[in-house]
Design a protein around this ligand. Structure first.
Ligand code: ASP
Length: 336
């Protein structure tokens, strides 16, 4: 419960949940490299954004202050449970999460599948630390708050705002290691654009999310462990064995259309015989993986369709909270 005491009646009440990342990073004045992510607290972050108090009443909470490579499933459960709890308050209108960009798409997809509200949930970050010349964090945060406060955002699931673009949590990917326009949904396109504080929507994901998602994380304090095995020429099939010993499911980041060598195929067969579901995805980053009679003749891999390996890992982990049956898991992948 957060006590809402609107400073400006008529403005929407938006909760910012801060987790760290470059947006809260500091380093040498003017420079974009060699900085420390997750250094500024939420109040300092918000006060660096001019005019943000004109578009919404902001209530900030620090969930963590870490580089997003150190985000864990515990952080995910905290975020999802908090949003699920706070969204029951009539006087809270939307949520913004600040996050490092390296793993932002994973958190976005997890929340897209586990948050149980139609109220807007927006994730953003920055490619340049707050101390850089032309830091991109303030505009991304400003636009995220504006998006979370907009009636147009209701029912879009968890969205990402970055560099004037609005993306769905399901389809967004980081596509550049250092440029400020670092996110895209490749062939699915963006949901829309932000111009200053005004959203313009053109698309909607038809995949189940938030209130239509079947996954319920309330009461869970951990999730089934799923690991990703990356295939390349000559990749040792024993990697699969190693991962299988530590996991309830394995996702393959295969070559091309989710392919791998014949010795991986034999090892995957062993995994499946032990009851470990294996999802076939691709390291390519666009396109679709389907069941393939040549690849899947001797094995029973579940195709990832259009999910990237880290997103397939999230869906397989959530699917395993419901069922261990390969064909039921396959149905979940075809639907989501
Ligand atoms: N390593 C940083 C992080 O993900 C990168 C960033 O935020 O842009 O936290």
């Amino acid at each position: 419960m957060i006590t809402i005491n609107p400073k400006k009646p008529g403005l929407k009440n938006i909760i910012i949940l801060a987790t760290g990342g470059t947006i809260a990073g500091t380093g040498e004045e003017g420079k974009t490299t060699n900085y420390q992510a997750g250094n500024l607290d939420i109040d300092t972050l918000v006060s660096s954004v001019s005019n943000i108090d004109k578009i919404a009443n902001i209530y900030g909470e620090q969930i963590a202050n870490v580089d997003s490579n150190d985000i864990t499933i515990d952080h995910w459960l905290t975020l999802a449970n908090k949003i699920n709890e706070l969204s029951k308050q009539d006087d809270i209108d939307g949520f913004v999460i600040t996050h490092g960009t390296d793993t932002l798409e994973e958190t976005a997809y997890f929340l897209d599948l586990t948050v149980k509200t139609n109220k807007p949930v927006v994730i953003t970050g920055a490619m340049r630390p707050s101390t850089a010349t032309s830091a991109d964090g303030p505009l991304n945060l400003y636009q995220s708050v504006a998006l979370a406060a907009s009636e147009l955002s209701i029912g879009h699931g968890c969205m990402v705002v970055f560099s004037d673009g609005i993306y769905s949590g399901r389809n967004v990917q980081k596509v550049n290691t250092f440029k400020t326009n670092a996110f895209n949904s490749i062939e699915f396109g963006c949901l829309g654009y932000m111009r200053d504080n005004v959203p313009y929507f053109f698309n909607k994901s038809i995949k189940p999310h938030t209130v239509d998602s079947q996954f319920d994380i309330s009461g869970l304090n951990k999730l089934p462990v799923v690991s990703i095995a990356y295939f390349n020429i000559d990749a040792d099939p024993l990697i699969l064995d190693y991962l299988a010993e530590r996991s309830e499911g394995v996702v393959i980041a295969g070559a091309g259309s989710g392919t791998f060598s014949s010795n991986w195929l034999n090892e995957i067969k062993n995994l499946e015989e032990k009851g470990i579901p294996v999802v076939r995805s691709s390291r390519i980053g666009s396109g679709i993986i389907l069941r393939d009679e040549t690849m899947d003749r001797y094995i029973n891999c579940i195709p990832s369709y259009t999910l990237s390996p880290p997103k397939a890992r999230i869906l397989l982990s959530l699917a395993l909270t419901k069922t261990k049956d390969f064909s039921e898991i396959g149905k979940i992948f075809s639907e989501y």
